[in-house]
Design a protein. Structure first.
Length: 604
């Protein structure tokens, strides 16, 4: 049916809402007359926020370009009760139809006449629905804050699908990517695909841990969500990094079952926010973790010596014909961990191309036989490196910088995502991701821009003797300079470095890196090579100590060496706040300056 005719019939029906199955309450057609929870649920169903649609595809929004939630409600309920157009409406909007049937206290609609919809329902069961979180991959712009999506499967766990919304990021042109993601919008893709393919892609190809949060939903809500997936299929949904991303769409969908989640829809949401809000709403009944191969090798091998791991590597690689794969330890826990390490390393060697499939299968069979010696066991990873225990993905910072020349008050806002000063014990590594971070300073009567970070990452992955590991940093932004001597050196700066970190204990991580800055201002463009060494230490009182020393050349455009050192201690107040106290000192050929640092950080 032509869409314009369809809309005309909906408009006509909205004036004659009488005589349909005995429903004649005209007053009830007003959106404002609905109960609050019903209003919230419909706002999620229509994907409206503050009265405006997030999805503007004209095949999804009946009220057109001048859409309003009131008009959208009237047109949809009119189309639902219109006898002539009802059957077509059921096929286009089955979730809305299900909602209206319950609202009007009618039997649930049937969809046998909808060929495409019926094929979808037969192929995509939803006996169980789970929220899935793929951990962050900070070296990839499209996934540096993780990814959230839904999993729907049958009761026997034989058929499962991933329901995902995402955008594609080509290349590494950060200014272009950020402009499109924040201003013009990027093309979004809403797809339903085999779940196992998605899980393997995130886990094995991108090296990300996959967390499944099985949701406690009733039968109506599971069917409601499944039918809404059909309504979103093939719709044009613009992707915006801050207002319409995978997290916001997932929140809207889950708000159909738990309307209280909708109160977070105004926030700049991240995938980490979604799993926290769902957990806080008591929607999670169980958790499963699928760790990546690299994570398994590092985590399970952490308890064993280099020689023990080297012996396993030689045996698995088939370099010694008579070498046994396993050696056993006293105590069941050591046996279990060592057996899991061998399985993980076998997978790693195969995926890395170090062994062929024949050797891989040979190793796997031998390990299966040795499982009888180890005994039965089960690894519960649901609380290890638990993302639910991480701080929120945004923060505001109030601080001061005390120098010999006077003190500066500083206010910083980091909308996304985290810093190396945060508690990263439940993250995969010590890292930072700063997107659109702004810092303003106040000194006396002067208010100034102190720093602006468009995009910055740091990653300190512990080097493993067997599988390696590279650390590094990258930053793009503008800065005024934290020292008085730097203030004549305001500049745009691109900074990059590569290095290595060494895990020498569960609470100490030293690192070193070599890199360079490329700086530019209205006077010149220059480079400044730099060497950094430092360490992160988690102390007995739960605080985190960061120490750092750096040596750079030509940082101030004077062909001179500059060196500096800094110590910063961060005290964490639950998961919601932190206090930083630190000292730094910088020394050049023509200056010698020190400063004290104090910050209060609020995570939200």
């Amino acid at each position: 049916m032509n869409l314009s005719i369809y809309l005309k019939r909906s408009l006509l029906a909205s004036f004659f809402l009488v005589g349909y199955d005995g429903w004649t309450e005209e007053a009830a057609i007003s959106f404002s007359g609905l109960a609050y929870q019903e209003q919230v649920q419909l706002s999620s169903l229509f994907h409206f926020q503050e009265g405006r649609p997030r999805i503007t595809d004209q095949s999804f929004i009946l009220s057109g370009k001048e859409a309003s939630i009131e008009q959208e409600f009237r047109l949809n309920i009119a189309a639902y009760i219109d006898k002539e157009g009802r059957q077509e409406y059921l096929c286009h909007f089955p979730a809305r139809s299900l909602w209206f049937s319950r609202y009007l206290r009618q039997p649930s609609p049937t969809f046998e006449h909808c060929e495409g919809l019926q094929t979808y329902l037969d192929s995509v069961p939803a006996d169980e629905v789970s929220l899935v979180y793929a951990s962050e991959n900070i070296v990839s712009p499209s996934s540096f804050m993780g990814h959230s999506f839904l999993k729907m499967k049958d009761a026997e766990d034989k058929l499962a699908h991933a329901v995902s919304y995402f955008t594609e990021v080509d290349g590494f042109n950060l200014p272009k990517i950020m402009f499109e993601s924040l201003v013009t919008g990027k093309e979004g893709y809403f797809i339903i695909s085999p779940y196992e393919e998605a899980r393997r892609y995130y886990k094995d190809i991108e090296g990300r841990n996959v967390y499944e949060y099985d949701l406690a939903l009733n039968e109506f809500d599971k069917e409601f969500i499944r039918l809404h997936m059909w309504e979103l299929k093939d719709k044009n949904i613009d992707y915006y990094f801050h207002t319409n991303n995978c997290a916001t769409l997932t929140l809207d969908i889950l708000s159909l079952a738990e309307p209280s989640l909708n109160k977070h829809s105004k926030e700049w949401l991240s995938p980490l926010d979604i799993i926290k809000y769902v957990s806080e709403a008591d929607m999670v009944k169980s958790i499963q973790v699928s760790p990546s191969v690299g994570w398994r090798v590092r985590a399970f091998g952490d308890s064993f010596s280099y020689q023990e791991k080297q012996n396993v590597f030689i045996a698995l690689a088939g370099k010694k014909q008579d070498s046994r794969i396993s050696s056993f330890f006293q105590g069941a826990e050591e046996q279990y961990l060592f057996h899991e390490y061998q399985k993980a390393l076998n997978d790693w060697l195969y995926f890395d191309g170090a062994i062929d499939y024949r050797q891989y299968e040979h190793n796997r069979m031998r390990l299966e036989l040795e499982r009888e010696i180890v005994g039965d066991y089960m690894m519960d990873l649901s609380t290890y490196k638990n993302p639910l225990n991480r701080s929120a993905d945004a923060q505001i910072i109030f601080g001061s910088r005390l120098q010999k020349e006077g003190s500066h008050l500083l206010i910083s806002w980091l909308p996304a995502s985290h810093m190396v000063t945060d508690d990263n014990r439940n993250a995969l590594s010590e890292s930072s991701l700063e997107v659109m971070k702004f810092t303003a300073g106040i000194k006396g009567n002067d208010i100034y821009l102190d720093e602006m970070t468009l995009y910055g990452i740091e990653s300190y992955i512990p080097y493993d003797e067997i599988v390696g590991g590279v650390s590094g940093r990258f930053k793009l932004g503008w800065e005024r300079g934290g020292y008085e001597s730097y203030q004549r050196n305001r500049r745009f700066r691109v900074s990059a470095a590569l290095g290595a970190a060494l895990d020498i204990g569960s609470s100490v991580l030293p690192y070193a890196s070599v890199g360079s800055d490329l700086s530019m201002n209205s006077h010149a463009v220059w480079m400044s090579p730099q060497v950094d060494i430092g360490a992160f230490l988690y102390l007995a009182n739960g605080s985190k100590l960061q120490v750092k020393y750096w040596l750079s050349f030509n940082e101030l455009r004077q062909s001179e060496l500059t060196q500096g050192s800094a110590v910063l201690n961060s005290y964490y107040i639950g998961h919601n706040a932190a206090i930083d106290v630190g000292f730094s000192h910088t020394l050049g050929e023509n200056f010698d300056e020190s400063q004290l640092i104090f910050n209060i950080r609020k995570f939200y």
